[in-house]
Design a protein around this ligand. Structure first.
Ligand SMILES: Cc1cc2nc3c(=O)[nH]c(=O)nc-3n(C[C@H](O)[C@H](O)[C@H](O)COP(=O)(O)OP(=O)(O)OC[C@H]3O[C@@H](n4cnc5c(N)ncnc54)[C@H](O)[C@@H]3O)c2cc1C
Ligand SMILES: NC(=O)c1ccc[n+]([C@@H]2O[C@H](COP(=O)([O-])OP(=O)(O)OC[C@H]3O[C@@H](n4cnc5c(N)ncnc54)[C@H](O)[C@@H]3O)[C@@H](O)[C@H]2O)c1
Length: 464
C-alpha cells in the first residue's frame, strides 16, 4: 500500500494546489476525467469562447437600429469548434504531461473512492495519506423522466443517443442542428440559448417556472425572460413529463405535463449540477455531507474528517470557478500553515451570466434584503439614461442597487445589459471593503461619458 503526504481528488482547482510549496512532499493527484476539470474543458472557458463569436454573429440586429447595415454571412461551426478545442485540448494535455513529469507527483487517471479513514482506492490500488483534499467538482443532472437515462451522460458512456446532450457534450457536436430544445432556465440555458440562437439555430426553451434566471433579483429575472422571449421560443410553466426519440432518428420531442410537444433535432438538458461526493464513499472516511449532497466544510475548508479538506463545487453552493479558486488558495495556505489557518470569505460572491443580455449580480436581491428585515432603499437606473447608453439607443437594460437606509451600506447590486460583468466590479469592491454608497458616488471622479456613469448615477439615485 503506497502512502502519500497528500492526496488531491480532482484536477480542476485541485490541480492548482500543487506548486513549489509541496516540493519534497509525496503528492497523489487523482482524476478519472479530462485533465483540468470542468472550467477548462467543458465549462467557463469553452462557453465564453463560443459566446464571443455569438456576440459577433448577433451584432447585425443591434447595428441595424443605429443605421449600420451588417449581414451575418456565415457561421463556420466546425472552424469555431476546432479553434476552441485545439487550444483547450492542448492546455489540458500539456498540463497533464507537466504533472506526470513532476518528481513528487503521482497521477492516477481512474475513479477513486474512500475505503476508510484517509484510505482510498484508485482502480485496484489502495493508497493512504496524511492529508486529503476533496476537489471532485459536480456533474450535470438530467430530468428523471421516461425517455431519458442519467447513465447516458456518465463519463465514457457510449449509449447516449445523438440528440441528447448536456453542457459536457454539446460544444463538440459535428454540425449545428436546425432546431434545439433547451430544458431548464438557469445559467447554462441562458448562455447556450444565446450562442445557438446567434448561430442561426431555431431554439425552444422549455421552462418549469414562468421566469428564467429565477435566482436573480425579480426585476432582472423578469426583464431577462422578456428579452430572451424575443429571440427564442420560450415555453413557460411546463414541466417535462417525457422525451420521445423520433422514430426516424431526427432528434426528439420533449413532452410537457400539460401535453404540449416540442421537437428539437437536439435536446440540451440544462437542469442543474450535483456535487460528485456521492461517487466517493465519503461516509467510510467520516466525511459528512449535507442534505444537498455537498461535503460539509468549516470556514477553513476542513471537512468533518481529521486531515481532510474540501473545496469547489463538491462542497460549496455557488458552483463558480472564482469561488473554487478562492477556496483553493485558502486550502493551500492551511495545508502549509496548520497553526495559522485562514478562513474563506464568502460574504460577497458575485456571478455573471454571459448571455445576451449579460447579467451580473452581487449581494442580496431586494426580496432577500426585505426578508432579512432590513430598512431597504433601492435605485433603478436605465442604461438609456446615461450618455453612453443613450448613444447606444438602449431602452431595455438597467442597474438596480439595494442599500440600507440611513447607513448607506450597499446590500446588493444587479445589472442587466452590455458589459454587466465588468460594470459590477466597482460595486463588488465597495461591498467587500465596506465603502458606503454616498462615499463611493461622490468621493471619486467618474469618467464622462463612460458606461460606468450607470453605476455613479444609480448610487446617486439611492434615497438614503
Ligand atoms: C457550461 C458551464 C459554464 C460555466 N461557466 C462558468 C463561468 O463563466 N464562470 C464561473 O465562475 N463558473 C462557471 N462554471 C462553473 C465552473 O466550471 C465550476 O464551478 C468549476 O469548474 C468547479 O471547479 P472544481 O475544481 O470544484 O471542480 P472540477 O473542475 O469539476 O474538477 C473536479 C474533477 O474531479 C474529478 N472527479 C470527480 N469525481 C472523481 C472520482 N470519484 N475519482 C476521480 N476523479 C474524480 C472530475 O473528473 C473532475 O475533473 C461553468 C460550468 C459549466 C458546466
Ligand atoms: N456564467 C457562469 O458563471 C456559469 C455558466 C454556466 C454554468 N455555471 C454554473 O453551473 C451551474 C449549473 O448551471 P445550470 O444552468 O445547469 O443550473 P441552474 O441551477 O442555474 O439552473 C437549472 C435550471 O433547470 C431547471 N430544472 C431543474 N430540474 C428540472 C427538471 N427536472 N425539469 C425541468 N427543469 C428543471 C431549474 O428550474 C433551473 O431553471 C450553475 O449553478 C452555475 O453555478 C456558471
Amino acid at each position: 500500500m503506497r502512502h502519500f503526504d497528500l492526496v488531491i481528488i480532482g484536477s480542476g482547482s485541485g490541480n492548482s494546489l500543487i506548486d513549489e510549496s509541496l516540493d519534497g512532499q509525496r503528492v497523489a493527484l487523482v482524476d478519472k476525467g479530462i485533465f483540468g476539470g470542468t472550467c477548462l474543458n467543458v465549462g467557463c472557458i469553452p462557453t465564453k469562447m463560443y459566446v464571443h463569436p455569438a456576440n459577433l454573429a448577433s451584432t447585425p440586429e443591434r447595428a441595424a437600429r443605429l443605421g449600420v447595415g451588417l449581414r451575418r454571412e456565415s457561421v463556420d461551426w466546425v472552424g469555431i469548434r476546432d479553434r476552441i478545442f485545439t487550444r483547450i485540448d492542448a492546455i489540458s494535455s500539456g498540463g497533464e504531461d507537466w504533472r506526470r513529469r513532476a518528481d513528487n507527483v503521482t497521477l492516477y487517471r481512474e475513479r477513486g473512492r474512500f475505503t476508510g479513514e484517509r484510505t482510498f482506492v484508485v482502480g485496484d490500488e489502495e493508497i493512504t495519506a496524511d492529508r486529503f483534499v476533496v476537489a471532485a467538482g459536480s456533474r450535470p443532472v438530467v430530468p428523471d423522466v421516461p425517455g431519458v437515462e442519467q447513465e447516458w451522460f456518465e463519463h465514457g458512456a457510449t449509449t447516449r443517443p445523438a440528440w441528447a446532450h448536456t453542457s459536457d457534450t454539446v460544444m463538440r457536436i459535428d454540425a449545428l442542428p436546425a432546431s434545439m430544445v433547451i430544458v431548464g432556465g438557469g445559467f447554462v440555458a441562458a448562455e447556450f440559448a444565446h450562442v445557438f440562437a446567434s448561430f442561426g439555430v431555431d431554439v425552444t426553451i422549455v421552462l418549469r417556472s414562468d421566469r428564467m434566471l429565477r435566482e436573480e433579483d425579480a426585476d432582472v429575472s423578469a426583464r431577462f425572460t422578456d428579452l430572451m422571449a424575443r429571440r427564442v421560443r420560450l415555453v413557460r410553466g411546463t414541466t417535462v413529463a417525457e422525451v420521445r426519440a423520433e422514430a426516424d432518428g431526427s432528434g426528439a420531442t420533449v413532452v410537457g405535463e400539460d401535453g404540449s410537444t416540442h421537437h428539437g433535432d437536439l435536446v440540451l438538458f440544462a437542469t442543474g449540477r450535483v456535487p460528485n461526493g456521492d461517487t466517493l464513499d465519503l461516509p467510510k472516511a467520516g466525511i459528512g455531507v449535507d442534505d444537498a449532497g455537498r461535503v460539509v466544510v468549516d470556514a477553513y475548508q476542513r471537512t468533518t474528517a481529521e486531515g481532510v479538506f474540501a473545496l469547489g463545487d463538491v462542497s460549496n453552493r455557488w458552483q463558480l470557478k472564482h469561488v473554487a479558486n478562492a477556496e483553493m488558495r485558502v486550502v493551500k495556505h492551511n495545508l502549509a500553515h496548520p497553526d495559522a489557518m485562514i478562513r474563506s470569505d464568502h460574504r460577497f460572491v458575485p456571478h455573471a451570466v454571459f448571455s445576451e443580455p449579460q447579467v451580473a449580480s452581487v449581494g442580496l436581491t431586494e426580496q432577500e434584503a426585505r426578508d432579512a428585515g432590513l430598512d431597504v432603499v433601492t435605485a433603478h437606473q436605465d442604461y438609456g439614461s446615461i450618455a453612453y447608453g443613450w448613444a447606444m439607443e438602449d431602452d431595455t437594460h438597467f442597474a438596480k442597487l439595494v442599500a440600507e437606509r440611513g447607513t448607506g451600506r450597499l446590500l446588493g447590486a444587479h445589472i442587466i445589459g452590455p458589459e454587466a460583468s465588468v460594470l459590477i466590479q466597482p460595486l463588488i469592491q465597495a461591498m467587500s471593503f465596506g465603502l458606503g454608497a454616498r462615499e463611493m458616488a461622490t468621493g471619486q471622479y467618474w469618467i464622462h461619458p463612460a458606461m460606468t456613469e450607470l453605476v455613479e448615477n444609480a448610487l446617486l439615485a439611492l434615497d438614503l
